[in-house]
Design a protein around this ligand. Structure first.
Ligand code: PEP
Length: 250
């Protein structure tokens, strides 16, 4: 399977001019990429600038509401995300969980609604520093996985992407070692196999996210055998982002 690299720009950059510079920098660097795939998740205000603008780079939304439409001020529906031309949507990013109080139940509604409408949800999961300290990583992941995928039928499960993003590694410069990432990869694959069977589990991409850069990406996509990476800060630098994609282009 070709590596999948997802860029999460979060609430950056400040202007459309800057956003275009980053996006088209990445799009032009992509000409030399053979197999790796990329998805860029710009902030909602800039999404429409990039629809249909780069063949090889897909677009995703950073968030969504699970309801079809209605009185939800400030929210973006999945129908709107799909209509604008996105194929992917993040669900359960740790910043949404921590800063905006998203629960596993809300995240599950987003995953189900995304699948229902034909979008690919990227379910983000990961333990905090305290949970890691208390050796709760696998317990936390099991709960987030079970609750996040609650009600996801076998026939829809292969459309889901998982992202293991240890909270302590996001935006901190601290990266998870390849052996821990591999252990998590194996753990999640096993849990998926128990739930959906081997064939479907093998077709579900599991990404790593948390301070990924061009000089550490191989430890995840090669050593830990993850299906790709989710990149925050480094995706705002087109040269660095392309270096990450190039390293994972095998
Ligand atoms: C993220 O936002 O999901 C992320 C992994 O950020 P960073 O790469 O900056 O740690």
């Amino acid at each position: 399977m070709a590596s999948l690299i997802i860029a999460n720009w979060k609430m950056n950059p400040k202007t459309a001019k800057e956003a275009k510079k980053i996006f088209f920098g990445i799009a032009s660097g992509f000409r030399k990429i053979k197999k790796a795939q990329a998805v860029i998740c710009p902030p909602p205000a800039f999404l429409s600038l990039f629809i249909g603008k780069a063949k090889k780079v897909k677009l995703g939304a950073q968030n969504c509401h699970w309801e079809e439409k209605g009185a939800f001020t400030g929210e973006m529906s999945l129908a709107q995300i799909k209509d604008i031309g996105c194929r992917y949507v993040l669900a359960g990013h740790s910043e949404r969980r921590k800063l905006f109080g998203e629960t596993d139940e809300m995240i599950n509604k987003k995953v189900l609604a995304a699948l229902q409408i034909g979008l690919i949800p990227v379910l983000c999961m990961g333990e905090t520093a305290e949970e890691k300290e208390e050796e709760m990583t696998f317990r936390v992941l099991k709960e987030q996985l079970e609750k996040g995928l609650n009600g996801v039928a076998k026939k829809a499960a292969d459309k889901v992407i998982l992202a293991y993003e240890p909270v302590w590694a996001i935006g901190t410069g601290k990266v998870c070692g390849a052996s821990q990432a591999e252990e998590v990869n194996i753990f999640l694959k096993k849990a998926l196999t128990e739930k959906y069977g081997r064939k479907i589990a093998d077709s579900i991409s599991i990404l790593y996210g948390g301070s990924v850069k061009s000089d550490n990406v191989l430890s995840f996509v090669k050593d830990a055998k993850m299906s790709g990476v989710l990149v925050g800060g480094a995706s705002l630098d087109p040269k660095e982002f392309i270096k990450i994609v190039q390293a994972a282009d095998f």
